[in-house]
Design a protein around this ligand. Sequence first.
Ligand code: SAH
Length: 257
Amino acid sequence: MYHFFVNTSDIADGRIRISGEDRFHAVNVLRLRKGEELLISDDEGRDYHCLIDSFDDEALYLSIKEELSGNHELPSEVWLFQGLPKADKMELIIQKATELGVSHIVPMVTKNIVSRPDEKKMASKLKRWQAIALAAAKQSKRSMVPVIHEPLRFTEACEQCADMDVAVMAYEDERGMENLCEAIVNFVPERSIAVMIGPEGGFDPLELRLAKMKDILIVSLGDRILRTETAAIALLSMVMIRLEISKALLTDNGEGD
Ligand code: SAH
């Protein structure tokens, strides 16, 4: 079944309106017609099973057959602050982070990034990254598409992280696993969680100091140096598994849906 994402403002009285590029894609590329069934997700994480009623030059009009109760989202907002990596590694990271349930991805310009972002090309890059997130969200049956933000400087990223309920920074020279244990205990539903990963060149000691000043928890991911994309996937996997376990426990106790 084809899957589309809409805004809640496109939904009214049991009907959904799809316009713009999505309408073009549905009608002209996929050749969807009256009677076709679609999976629709809104921007608040609800999923609907829908039928196409009609379409015109403006939009596709659907009726909602049922609101689906399964929940494919993590019970917390997870933010990935990713030091900008080389070439197409960011694409891999966006795809995997989306599969692992993140809600926001913020590329970070840190001291040791290998290639400086070309501002002129950034708009088209962001568009491409957002399209990768959309495709990965569909593939992994997410109910929401992560937002890919404009790159931030490390200091700005630290400010944002400081506003989250839990913020951790993976630092390759950190020793001991106590902080990671503490972080895992704090990855619980309803809390906003920020994860910072350095670029190939790693974090600079000054950046480490700044993060500590902002009360960001510095964690080790073990006694090997991981590539930046591996580090992001490893840490996000821990966040995801921990939140999924909490979600399952809440459901077993009858507190969730
Ligand atoms: N160039 C650096 C390695 C950077 S690895 C060096 O050779 O020392 C890229 C990023 O992945 C790091 O900045 C960190 O965020 C993360 N990372 C990799 N291995 C890690 C580890 N063992 N513990 C914590 N973070 C790690």
